[in-house]
Write a protein of this length. Structure first.
Length: 460
């Protein structure tokens, strides 16, 4: 539905009741008791809050789309080897002979770290590949390994046993594995519609090093409207998003190599977004930034462990942090069990970073985290694990603070908050209730109407 003129009547904007006029792609007027004009559609919001559209600052669109056709292989639905076997075999019954099984979300708490031999025992008659919930590891059974053999290189990313045979564990292998897989491109339409239903009008895809095929899928989905959100791609050359650098914690680069890569991105006019989930990777990044010189917009993705002694450096270099609160609500018990004791008090900080003047924005990291921004907002304010424990209560922030991260611009996560004022592009999220009520119990169920460039994208 194309909206050439709309009057949103009785909306709450910044705590006050008013009317908002939209013409074309922009907000043109905000006032009290605005009179409708000829040909203008009038929508009575009945006091619901009107927000700028939310922006997810860290998401993986293709992986999120692919998950729709995948078997859930991790907690809470899968908690043992027997339940994993049952799920895989059940899904296999719906596939043609020889069809591939794709699983996601696996966690070591299910049955340790599998190899091809274990997967062969579970499913011997068809190719199987299962992704670890962190996204860094694919585990293939023997049939799958045989099918993709031409794509296996001699790097340490292909784990091998003492005899030199692949164990089935492939690390950071998505781009190299993709051309060898007999799978159809994922449908991005349901992803775009789902994100719109949450009030999301813009996304930053954080997948590094997107290949030509992946870029075409994303650009085509954007052009067709299958992805109605504004699209910012870290993994593309050039563009308006930071350059993504994914540090592999089991194989960290030399300081000189990382410094050179950061300096090259800065020389091209792009900030960097560095994946840091350990103390070591964060400190390495900060030293490399010191050597290369910081650039406006430099970011740390995740910042899963941040010792207090590095807060002054993050602030000095102007580094922004993009965090994922729902990883605590889904994996917090595992973190508290498996993370080094010295690091547990420093998991996914939020309030402390803000207190040191470091800009922070929440994001989803979907499909590895929950794509619903309202779940992230709730998680940031509770930091509760699945068992009800609270991870570092002092790091909780009010729901309004977490929301403001989603309202910050794509190039300033955790920065200035966009406001509904004349001249704003009409990327808008209308709630069915006042903002205070929505923040008291954050849920996507409060999202009533979403516009992107003045067009209604939810409900469709």
């Amino acid at each position: 539905m194309t909206v050439t003129g709309m009057l949103l009547a009785r909306v709450e904007v910044d705590g006050a009741l008013c009317d908002v006029r939209i013409r074309g792609t922009h907000v043109t007027e905000v006032g009290v008791r605005l009179r409708s004009q000829a040909g203008e559609e009038v929508h009575d919001a009945r006091g619901g809050a009107l927000l700028p559209g939310l922006h997810d600052h860290h998401i993986h669109l293709l992986a999120l789309a692919a998950r729709a056709g995948s078997v859930d292989c991790g907690p809470p639905s899968i908690t043992s080897l027997d339940s994993l076997a049952a799920a895989l075999r059940s899904a296999g019954r719906d596939l043609p002979p020889g069809g591939w099984l794709r699983g996601t979300g696996y966690a070591e708490s299910v049955a340790g770290l599998p190899d091809r031999h274990l997967l062969d025992r579970l499913v011997p008659d068809r190719p199987v590949r299962i992704q670890h919930r962190g996204g860094a590891l694919w585990i293939l059974n023997s049939r799958a390994l045989h099918a993709v053999a031409p794509a296996l290189d001699d790097s340490s990313d292909v784990e091998r046993d003492a005899a030199g045979a692949p164990t089935g564990r492939l690390w950071r292998y998505d781009a190299r594995l993709r051309p060898a897989l007999p799978t159809a491109p994922p449908d991005l339409g349901p992803v775009g519609a789902r994100l719109a239903s949450y009030g999301i009008t813009g996304v930053t895809d954080a997948t590094p090093d997107l290949d030509t095929g992946a870029l075409k899928l994303l650009h085509d989905a954007s052009a067709s409207g299958a992805i109605p959100q504004s699209l910012h791609l870290m993994g593309a050359d050039g563009g308006d998003a930071p350059h993504k650098i994914h540090l592999r914690d089991h194989d960290l680069p030399a300081l000189e190599a990382l410094t050179v890569r950061i300096a090259a991105a800065h020389a091209a006019g792009r900030p960097v977004a560095v994946h840091c989930v350990t103390r070591e990777s964060l400190i390495l990044t900060l030293v490399a930034l010191q050597e290369a010189g910081p650039h406006p917009g430099d970011r740390v993705e995740h910042a899963a462990v941040v010792p207090p002694e590095v807060y002054p450096l993050l602030a000095e270099y102007g580094v922004r942090v993009v965090t994922q609160p729902t990883l605590l609500t889904t994996r917090g018990d595992d973190y508290l069990r498996d993370v080094e004791p010295a690091d547990r008090a420093h998991l996914y900080p939020y309030a402390s970073l803000l207190a040191h003047g470091i800009p922070v924005a929440a994001s989803s990291d979907a499909p590895y985290g929950d794509p619903d921004p309202w779940a992230s907002i709730a998680a940031a304010s509770t930091r509760s694990t699945p068992s009800g424990r609270v991870v570092s209560p002092a790091e909780r922030v009010p729901a309004r603070v977490a929301l403001e991260g989603f309202l910050s611009p794509p190039d300033e996560p955790g920065g200035r908050v966009r406001r509904v004022t004349p001249g704003l592009r009409a990327d808008l999220c209308l709630l069915s209730v006042p903002l205070a009520e929505a923040l008291a119990g954050p849920t996507a169920g409060h999202v009533a109407l979403v516009l992107r460039n003045g067009r209604v994208i939810h409900p469709r």
